[in-house]
Design a protein around this ligand. Structure first.
Ligand code: HEC
Length: 491
């Protein structure tokens, strides 16, 4: 396999240090000891040996697809791995696992990826189980079942042995389809799109670019966002991150704020979407992307109880990660003046990021680990939304600690021999820990009647402007009106 550091295969990334500490309390306060190792394992045997997953199958009573594997796959994989997946407009898993015929050729790779812990993609430490929306932990026994099935030669078994609940789960997962015109969030009030396709040429393998969408001229009033969604216009869109919409990666649901919670969309001229394209380069692989974003607003007369603010906890711009440094970290603090609620956390780094940590330091000195991502992955960045907003008392501090690996052990590292400063390009580094939060005390803001607090407006406008003026941006004119044709490009 050809090794291209820019296209580090995320699926080969194995954090040996992390696996060793799963389940140990000491892990909670680990500060990035997770050693990311280059694990170019070529066979299932070496991988399962490395992580010591016992292979228990005897061929006589080996698990079968219908009786044992289908229930696991329906529950944990088919959301993404299906012909028209939890499809945010083209961004889907590369193959379906919804039938025996489709899953069987992948059996050994499935076993390998679940053993490594890269599939299903979910990166927070298991200690957080039950904390975040949309968790995707896979039980140890389920991993072992898949391994045993693969080892036994991936037997089909008999369809009549499929458990009833698995059939229902599968049917439900397969039902979630969208036509090109609909949005998961419902009928949007605002749709922004590339009026002309953004062209990604034949020779491109990997491209990060900020594409600015021009907002309609009549959009002159601030609006309160109730829900928002972004849809990739091509299968080659790996992720999109945009203000104030957040990020999407495959399988990630659009964001719907809790009732009465609202994010302000100020009347800006341009909205920047950070696009990450990734494909095999080669003749005929060029394509045009028309990604889109949509939002639903609170109506006039509706009452807002909580104004959601997005804080960017930035570790600054004057750091340099020394060449070869295996574990460089910086901590940034954010103090809550008033009792607050933390809604979500979104760690962001570039290629050299390896772990992400958020802690809450209470006024009495207690330190609580809110989010520990021992194997943070550039390809799978996302917003971690609390099931129950986290209460932060007045005087408490949120500590954000990104850790980078600038050594050759980091398979993403484009060049371990150089010192890496702050910078917007992915080859340089960034350590931004976003947090959505709000004052705990509810307010009564009636939309269209009450004036919007100036500080909230200023803050939101500044954030959007910063995003839209990112270096290397391309401005795409125009806006799609509601219902304008924008085909999903199937290249
Ligand atoms: C959140 C969506 C999602 C879920 C859930 C998910 N996958 Fe994936 N899977 C993907 C994507 C996307 C890729 C392509 C990887 C890439 O491009 O980085 C992938 C790739 C794979 C691959 C190919 C690996 C390779 O080396 O080529 C296997 C095998 C796989 N997944 C198995 C599974 C299994 C088994 C499950 C359930 C236990 C699962 N996946 C759950 C999204 C998902």
């Amino acid at each position: 396999m050809q090794r291209d550091p820019r296209r580090r295969p995320p699926l080969f990334r194995t954090t040996v240090g992390t696996i060793a500490c799963i389940g140990l309390a000491g892990c909670a306060t680990a500060t990035g000891e997770g050693i990311v190792q280059d694990a170019f394992v070529s066979s299932l045997n070496s991988a399962s040996g490395a992580t010591e997953v016992p292979i228990t199958a005897a061929s006589t009573n080996a698990p079968t697809y219908y009786a044992n594997v289908l229930p696991i796959v329906a529950e944990n994989c088919v959301d993404c791995h299906q012909p028209q997946g939890k499809n945010l407009g083209g961004m889907i898993a590369p193959f379906s696992l919804a039938s025996y015929e489709e899953a069987e050729p992948w059996a050994r790779v499935m076993a390998l990826r679940v053993t490594e812990g890269v599939m299903p993609p979910w990166h927070p430490h298991p200690m957080h189980k039950g904390t975040f929306v949309g968790e995707r932990y896979l039980a140890e026994e389920d991993k072992q079942t898949i391994v045993a099935w693969a080892e036994a030669g991936a037997p089909a078994g008999d369809p009549v042995d499929t458990p009833e609940h698995a059939k229902e789960t599968l049917a439900k997962a397969l039902e979630q389809t969208l036509t090109d015109r609909e949005w998961w969030i419902g009928e949007p009030d605002l749709v922004l799109g590339f009026a002309e396709p953004y062209r990604v040429e034949d020779d491109i393998r990997d491209l990060n670019v900020t594409v600015n969408l021009q907002v309609p001229e009549d959009f002159t009033e601030p609006r309160w966002i109730k829900a928002n969604e972004m849809r990739a216009g091509s299968r080659n869109v790996h992720h999109i991150c945009g203000e104030p919409f957040g990020c999407i990666t495959p399988g990630w649901d659009p964001y719907v704020y809790p009732e009465g919670f609202a994010m302000l969309l100020p009347p800006v001229k341009e909205i920047g979407l950070g696009m990450h394209y990734n494909k095999q380069p080669g003749e005929g692989t060029a394509f045009g992307d028309q990604s889109r974003a949509a939002a639903i607003f609170y109506d006039e007369g509706e009452t807002i109880r909580h104004i959601v603010r997005r804080a960017v906890l930035s570790v600054g711009e004057d750091f340099v990660i020394p060449a070869g440094h295996p574990s460089f970290s910086i901590t940034h603090e954010f103090e809550f003046d008033e009792e607050s609620l933390i809604l979500s956390l979104t760690p962001h780094m570039h290629f050299r990021g390896i772990t992400a940590k958020y802690e809450l330091l209470y006024p009495d000195g207690t330190l609580e680990l809110l989010l520990w991502v021992p194997r943070w992955d550039f390809e799978w960045q996302r917003m971690y939304v609390f099931e129950e907003p986290k209460r932060a008392p007045a005087g408490s501090k949120l500590l954000w600690t990104p850790t980078w690996d600038n050594s050759a052990d980091n398979t993403y590292n484009p060049d371990p021999t150089i010192d890496v400063p702050y910078g917007l390009p992915t080859e340089m580094e960034m350590g931004n820990g976003w947090m959505d939060w709000t004052i705990a005390e509810p307010i009564e803001h009636v939309v269209g009647r009450d004036p919007i607090p100036q500080d909230v407006l200023d803050e939101a406008t500044k954030r959007l402007d910063e995003r839209a003026s990112a270096a290397g941006r391309r401005v795409i004119d125009n806006v799609l009106e509601e219902g304008t044709e924008s085909g999903v490009d199937d290249h």
